[in-house]
Design a binder for this molecule. Structure first.
Ligand SMILES: Cc1ncc(C[n+]2csc(CCOP(=O)(O)OP(=O)(O)O)c2C)c(N)n1
Ligand SMILES: [Mg+2]
Length: 580
């Protein structure tokens, strides 16, 4: 075999690690790499319009598959554009390898044209960020980068000067077998025994679940059944735990609903399972708390723990459940299920406001119709802003649907690029981008990517002509709205001009058929729904004190809204509860 260049070896190794495509924008120093991609049939170059899109798309792929995904940017500004998407991927624990190509190695340190220092710039959003300054570092540095991204869950960045990419690579004999999957982590016997003792000694146990409960639905249900515990979740736990859950008491946090908050505060033992839920204002401080997490650095960083358990949730519960005594007293569970159902019935009553006739269209109506019309295995990507609220409340998880957002980093404009990554993975799966008008217009250039690759993403645009979430924040803080108005074009016309299917919806009765038509359309489609910018208003009972010091709780009051199909589930769960 002819000797490979560094670029060729780089691409070969990515293929061996399971990477199927490299998202990016070409340019100068990156050219040897892109040329190596062109000649490699196992890996596709995906040409996006903004590198931030490349990073978000790779992050979405990695979140959907758990496998390594990759993106690349040319030297200086090219790779600098990756940064926000990389922060998102890293904070979502998505294994992403980013290639930051670099100025000629002989010029480093001379303020050369386009010079930045990517190896320094990306340290904060990565587990590993290294400069390849000699071809001899290959393939070890790349392999190490891959192991960091996969093993620790997050981003690795390789900075590669263009001239070194074109150098001959060292022999491949020093290549080793790559780890591409994470192991399961079982806690020690001492921790399991200590946890079992706490559970046996408690009368009221509540479970609170985060994204670390992915794949642990059965184990959580079996444990909840054994100890008769209510099960609440954080936003990122919802898609894994809320469905087929007879113990469901809803979600806690700013967007929360139901009785999760009460169940967490009225128990005597709270188990935090795979959650890094950031709002300690919503966590109790006078109950016994145990946290189980596969990442030891997450243990105890939000609340004081009585026991810290380092392990996978599924693995821990598999060990724990047979060791704890079965509880027979369901009174706490039943009381919480009733509270949960009552809470949801209450908001449903408050929200029967003829939303199906309201013009401009109420965004909650859009979310509820979307939930009904979308496929059972749809992937929803959700823009930061009010779409988060609507998705949290109205999308019904079922174990097959996925919901991806920028839930930890909280960046705008994530939905469209994440939808690109999701759709590349599977062109036949329905992918719905729930976009805000602010978020969509921020990375609108990459709507063209949908057309260029004929990706059948369906963009459902919640177009309230404003930065609605921020308007709400200003309202909560007692400030007048300022700098929040968007003067928008007819986005449906923009979509059509770009070569996609586009329809504008201004009346609620047109909504359902517009969504159906878009879903039936074979290619990319955009449904521009003109929504009510005043969908939320300050309730009258807010006090001056709340305005002054408790923006969080005021926000919670303002955001308390409809809950869609969750109320049916709460009612169904109540059927098993004996009436007093
Ligand atoms: C990149 C970035 N810039 C600014 C913000 C602050 N921010 C959060 S939500 C939001 C408004 C989003 O507007 P839009 O996409 O129209 O959604 P809406 O809330 O109106 O539904 C802003 C400006 C952010 N989170 N990320
Ligand atoms: Mg908006």
């Amino acid at each position: 075999m002819a000797k490979q260049t560094v670029a060729e070896q780089f691409i070969d190794i990515l293929v061996r690690a399971g990477v199927q495509r490299l998202y990016g924008v070409v340019g100068d120093s990156l050219n040897p790499v892109v040329d190596a991609v062109r000649r490699n049939r196992s890996l596709e170059w995906v040409h996006v319009r903004h590198e931030e899109t490349a990073a978000f798309a790779a992050g979405a792929e990695a979140q959907l598959t758990g496998r390594l995904a990759a993106c690349a940017g040319s030297c200086g500004p090219g790779n600098l554009h990756l940064i926000n998407g990389l922060f998102d991927a890293h904070r979502s624990m998505a294994p992403v390898l980013a290639l930051a190509s670099h100025i000629p190695s002989s010029e480093i340190g001379t303020s050369y044209f386009q010079e930045t220092h990517p190896d320094r710039l990306f340290t904060e959003c990565s587990h590993y960020s290294e400069l390849i300054s000699s071809a001899q570092q290959m393939p070890r540095v790349l392999q190490t980068a891959i192991q960091h991204a996969v093993g620790r869950g997050g981003v690795s960045v390789i900075t590669l000067p263009g001239d070194i990419a074109a150098h001959p690579a060292p022999q491949r004999s020093i290549e080793h077998a790559l780890v591409t999957r994470r192991p399961s982590v079982r806690p020690g016997d001492a921790e399991i025994d200590a946890l079992a003792r706490l559970v046996d000694g408690a009368r009221r146990v509540t479970l609170f679940c985060g994204s670390g409960t992915a794949g642990a639905h059965d184990e959580v249900m079996a444990f909840a059944e054994r100890v008769k515990s209510p099960v609440g979740h954080a936003l990122r736990g919802k898609e894994w735990i809320q469905f087929d859950n007879p113990y469901d008491v809803g979600m806690s946090g700013l967007l929360g609903y139901g009785a999760a908050y009460e169940a967490m505060h009225e128990c005597d033992l709270l188990l935090l399972l795979g959650t890094d839920f950031p709002y300690n204002a919503f966590l109790p401080d006078d109950v016994t708390i145990v946290q189980v997490d596969v990442r030891p650095e997450h243990l105890g960083r939000r609340s004081t723990l009585d026991l810290a358990v380092w392990g996978d949730v599924a693995e821990t519960l598999r060990c724990l459940t047979p060791k704890v005594r079965e509880k027979s007293d369901r009174r706490f569970l039943d009381r919480m299920l009733k509270k949960h159902s009552d809470a949801l019935e209450g908001v449903v009553k408050a929200y029967t406001r003829k939303v199906d006739k309201h013009v401009p269209i109420h965004p909650e109506y859009v979310a509820s119709v979307l939930d009904e019309e979308a496929a059972d295995d749809a992937v929803f990507t959700v823009d930061t802003g009010m779409c988060n609220v609507w998705a949290a409340r109205y999308l019904t998880p079922n174990g097959r649907r996925r919901v991806i957002g920028s839930f930890t980093h909280g960046s705008m404009a994530n939905a469209l690029p994440q939808a690109i990554g999701a759709q590349f993975l599977d062109r036949r799966r329905q992918v719905v981008s729930m976009s805000g008008d602010g978020g969509f217009s921020m990375l609108m250039g990459d709507f063209l990517t949908l057309v260029q690759y004929d990706l059948p993403v369906k963009v459902v645009l919640f177009n309230n002509s404003s930065l609605g979430m921020v308007e709400l924040e200003m309202m909560v803080e007692g400030l007048p709205a300022y700098g929040t108005t968007n003067h928008n074009p007819d986005f449906a016309a923009v979509a059509r001009a770009a070569g996609a299917y586009g329809v504008r919806v201004e009346k609620p009765k047109e909504l359902r058929s517009a969504l159906r038509d878009a879903f039936r359309h074979k290619g990319p489609a955009l449904v521009d729904v003109v929504t009510d910018p005043h969908a939320l208003s300050l309730p009258p009972k807010i006090t001056g004190e709340q305005i002054g010091g408790f923006a969080l709780s005021v926000g919670k009051v303002v955001l308390d809204g409809g809950v869609g199909r969750m109320v049916q589930m709460a009612r169904a769960n109540l059927r098993n509860v004996p009436r007093p």
